[in-house]
Design a binder for this molecule. Structure first.
Ligand code: NAP
Length: 600
């Protein structure tokens, strides 16, 4: 297979005209579209090479395959798009559809379905799939005796209910009478390690079920294909640090930083709402802690996955050291023979597991459950390092070849030891001479309205305010005439009113029309943004009735839920709606893209 791919690559140079035509076509496309084209072309080339015959027409292989996805950060969309392109190029009739564009009445008629869906936080569906997931899991779902399906869940095993939404859908389809084609796939943060092979298998099963005769050859097209256009997740840009400053008072009790990076020479482009992916380097002091607790030599070479590096380099650059995960807990319980730790993973111990995952880092497990680990065992047990996504805090129209971030540095004492957040320490500690490996992660659902005359309401407590700095800059630069209203909250007005001077200037120059503040630790009683939302409910409801777009960014666990509840109350109190109607009204706003959330 490699030979075929290598040969194809060797032959695949385009002459000037064709190359410029292709460049024109690719210009402005996002990663998802580029992956789609890459997968489509590779499968087409493979097919042509097998016999020079183009794929049979859709009708020749029977019914249609529906590939349905629900995606928050774009990963599920990318996997689904690649899978659909591949299926199409091998002769199937395929419909690729985002969950919020799927008509619920179609479900009963569906015969062949592949679902790719992420789980947010603990057990939440992505926003674009909320309505559909509710429908499928609810009482109104139809019986599905004619359905043959496969589900791929995406998740993060540092949350207790890993891939919960994928799992629930997989079980529910069976309960409704469907026949499972491929077993449920559960992809962790290194998505492609599971998603690639799973997609091959699901596609082959779907082809057999649809009566297509030619097996799908295994080519590497379901892996991300590096784009030649610019820098990507796999090929990040080394961005130099232009500025890195604390934006909270010295006595704030924590460090929140404003960081400016240069994108000069990268041709990277971003829109307000997009995120910057950063590949972190683990703190050297944390790597030292690990080596000392595990009694391992950092200079010892370790070979894994065809790569040989000193152990220290594996730990600093290649492995996740700061987030605990279920597989790691299982491995530590096994190595240390600690049955009490193994018990935490039992299904009836969910709350103990949740506490453990939230309160501890791997270093705490190494200390509390000692075992003899070889360097090779350690490297093969740990999850690969993954990039962290930061909501971009600048508009490129305002800052040119720069990108700005807002981040709270995670650095605290617990269980008698210092603990760090990998990316926040890396970024927060970045000096002038340092370069950070970065890429742009598109966030299409979190976009300013195309119609610049629409009003926008932005709710962003803490560092959740970051994308709204970008929104306000963008609306100022483009002269958008819609009004802008920001709800911001933090702990104490004098210490952590992030970007205070900029907001005041924006109020003066008219690029911000309203600013409502909630400082939680200034008085005796906590005041949160949702209290301000309720207080301003009449006007807020009027803005929404006039077509305003509403955005929420920040903490998913509590804040986003509490803000949602406050919005329901506003519609009940000021719109005369019942609670049920208010919830449906907000779901409709989510579906229409007029209520967007960027929360984790
Ligand atoms: P933080 O200090 O933890 O909280 C900011 C403010 O929100 C504080 O005043 C806090 O009050 C208050 N707060 C606490 N619980 C709340 C609730 N249920 N409803 C409303 N307000 C509440 O904020 P941070 O450290 O800057 O982090 C914000 C969160 O947003 C983090 O979880 C971060 O990971 C996330 N974030 C997500 C994105 C994204 O998804 N794109 C971007 C940026 C940040 P008290 O602490 O006094 O209770």
């Amino acid at each position: 297979m490699n030979a075929v791919v290598a040969t194809q690559t060797g032959l695949a140079s385009l002459d000037g005209d064709k190359l410029s035509a292709l460049e024109r076509l690719a210009d402005g496309l996002g990663p998802a579209e580029l992956y789609w084209i890459a997968a489509w072309s590779a499968a087409r080339a493979e097919r042509a090479q097998r016999g020079g015959v183009l794929p049979p027409t859709a009708k020749a292989v029977g019914d249609r395959l529906t590939v349905l996805y629900g995606s928050q950060t774009g990963q599920a969309k990318r996997i689904a798009t690649q899978l659909a392109a591949r299926a199409e190029a091998t002769g199937l009739s395929v419909r690729l559809v985002r969950a919020d564009g799927y008509a619920q009445r179609d479900l009963a008629k569906e015969t062949h379905l592949v679902v790719v869906i992420s789980t947010q936080g603990d057990a939440e569906p992505p926003d674009d799939a909320r309505g559909l997931v509710e429908f499928i899991l609810g009482k109104r779902a139809p019986k599905l005796p004619g359905l043959r399906y496969s589900v791929l869940g995406l998740g993060d095993s540092s949350y207790p209910q890993f891939c919960a939404i994928g799992r629930q859908l997989d079980e529910r389809f069976a309960e409704l009478g469907g026949t499972r084609l491929a077993p449920l796939g559960e992809a962790d943060v290194d998505v492609d390690a599971v998603a690639g092979p799973w997609s091959e298998r699901a596609l082959e099963q779907a082809r057999q079920a649809l009566g297509a005769s030619t097996p799908v050859a295994r080519v590497a097209t379901l892996q991300p294909v590096p784009s030649r256009a610019s820098h990507t997740r796999e090929r990040p840009f080394a961005a130099s640090v232009l500025d890195n400053q604390a934006i909270v008072a010295r006595d704030a009790g924590r460090d929140i930083r404003h960081v400016e990076l240069s994108l000069e020479g990268s041709s990277l482009h971003y829109e307000p709402g997009d995120a910057l992916g950063v590949w972190p380097e683990n703190p050297a002091a944390l790597v030292d802690q690990w080596l000392s607790v595990l009694k391992l030599d950092g200079e010892q070479p370790v070979r894994h996955d065809g790569k040989e590096l000193p152990l220290r380099r594996w730990l600093s650059h290649e492995r996740e050291l700061t987030r605990l995960s279920r597989p790691l807990i299982a491995a530590v319980a096994d190595a240390s023979g600690d049955s009490e730790l193994a018990n935490v993973l039992r299904s009836d111990q969910a709350s103990r597991l949740a506490t453990l995952l939230a309160d501890q880092q791997p270093i705490d497990l190494w200390r509390q459950h000692p075992a003899a680990w070889s360097a090779e065992e350690l490297v093969s047990t740990l999850r690969p390092q993954t990039p962290r996504l930061y909501s971009i805090a600048s508009s490129q129209k305002a800052v040119g070849d720069e990108v700005h971030l807002t981040g709270a540095v995670v650095d605290y004492l617990a269980h008698g030891e210092r603990h760090w957040g990998a990316a926040s320490s890396f970024i927060g500690g970045a000096g002038d001479d340092q370069r950070l490996p970065v890429f742009i992660e598109e966030n299409e659902p979190f976009r300013l309205p195309k119609d610049a005359s629409r009003d926008v309401i932005m709710i962003g407590p803490g560092t959740g305010v970051a994308p709204f700095r970008a929104f306000v800059q963008e609306r100022r630069e483009t002269g958008a005439d819609g009004r802008n209203w920001l709800f911001f909250g933090n702990r104490q007005f004098p210490r952590d009113f992030l970007y205070q001077i900029e907001w005041q200037a924006a109020l003066r120059d008219g690029s911000l029309d309203r600013l409502d503040l909630a400082f939680s630790r200034d008085g005796d009683a906590k005041v949160y943004v949702q209290q301000r939302i309720r207080e301003q409910g009449r006007e807020l409801y009027a803005w929404l009735q006039d077509g305003a777009h509403l955005y929420v960014c920040g903490d998913a666990n509590q804040m986003a839920k509490d803000v949602h509840a406050a919005l329901v109350d506003v519609a009940v109190t000021h719109g005369g709606q019942s609670h049920e109607q208010a919830r449906e009204w907000l779901s409709a706003l989510l579906q229409q893209g007029r209520y967007a959330r960027d929360v984790y």
